[in-house]
Design a binder for this molecule. Structure first.
Ligand SMILES: Nc1ncnc2c1ncn2[C@@H]1O[C@H](COP(=O)(O)OP(=O)(O)O)[C@@H](O)[C@H]1O
Ligand SMILES: Cc1ncsc1CCOP(=O)(O)O
Length: 271
């Protein structure tokens, strides 16, 4: 299924996407979702987060900047999504960097198993190769938010982790999508690794694509949604011309999210 099918569905349904994003990339993610035609809502407080999730069409939890109290919000929203059949994406930036990040991640994974062991609620786990490596083997590898591993190597050790989600995306210069079927999709532009937020945006857009899933009945919808986002982001970046640097690329990328529609011809610049 190509990304244009998803763009059309999003354009028609204007889904509400509840995002618990890290505080580095919150605005970039909100702007990317708005440009796509979604209605993002960033809500973090445990007193409202489960209720906001119930009223949403998709959920994205990104645990990149943990702080006191937010772990409860992650848990409440995840349970709320699973109990109300709201599709979701989990993203764990730098999960191998500290015991706290691992504790948060493994608690969320245990909630997935407890509430929905058969993956009936569509869900994607996305991360760079080092993050997926840490989730898959349960050990900390230290280091930064950026990946030091190779997606192809890590894909080989994800059998156990794959049982937690209907699709897994190991991102990087090439994106490995592992679901009922698997695919490898080229990334976008090397500058995507030189500015914060392209991974976070990718996860949020996956939640948006997943939110349309009731309209489709494919055997492997979550993998289609993950692959659709990777193709879409690749197309957005390939249309950007006259790049002055990372910040310029980021703004022009948001414009491309807005400009590409289901009617666009591939590689056509629409400014
Ligand atoms: N060197 C690269 N070349 C092309 N595309 C890239 C590159 N690095 C990242 N990307 C793109 O940016 C997205 C986010 O990738 P990644 O950097 O792995 O995530 P994160 O920000 O979570 O570490 C990928 O899905 C891919 O499309
Ligand atoms: C720098 C940083 N630190 C914690 S979260 C974050 C942003 C990560 O964004 P991305 O992984 O999408 O580049």
């Amino acid at each position: 299924m190509v990304y244009k099918t998803f763009l059309k569905a999003i354009n028609q349904s204007r889904p509400i996407i509840h995002v618990l994003m890290n505080n580095v990339t919150n605005l970039f993610v909100a702007d990317a979702l708005l440009a796509l035609g979604c209605k993002p809502i960033m809500a973090f407080d445990a007193r409202e987060t489960a209720g906001v999730t119930i009223q949403s069409d998709g959920l994205c939890i990104n645990t990149g900047t943990p702080h006191r109290h937010i772990q409860e919000s992650y848990n409440l929203s995840l349970r709320s999504a699973l109990r109300n059949k709201i599709p979701l994406v989990l993203d764990f930036p730098g999960v191998g960097s500290s015991p706290l990040r691992q504790d948060i991640a493994f608690q969320l994974l245990s909630i997935l198993k407890e509430e929905d062991p058969d993956n009936l609620v569509p869900r994607i786990i996305r991360g760079n190769a080092s993050e997926i490596y840490c989730l898959a083997d349960g050990k900390s590898h230290g280091g930064s938010i950026d990946s030091i591993h190779n997606a192809e190597d890590v894909a080989g050790i994800t059998r156990g982790l794959r049982s937690f989600a209907s699709a897994l995306c190991i991102s990087g210069p090439e994106n490995y999508i592992l679901g009922q079927s698997s695919s490898i999709l080229r990334g976008g532009h090397a500058l995507m690794s030189r500015i914060s937020g392209f991974g976070c945006v990718s996860s949020a857009l996956m939640a948006a694509f997943l939110s349309c899933c009731s309209e489709f009945h494919t055997h492997d919808f979550s993998a289609d949604a993950a692959a659709g986002v990777c193709s879409f982001m690749s197309e957005c970046s390939s249309r950007i011309t006259e790049i002055n640097g990372p910040a310029d690329f980021k703004l022009k990328f948001i414009d491309q999210i807005y400009n590409i529609t289901e009617e666009s011809n591939d590689q056509e610049v629409l400014f």
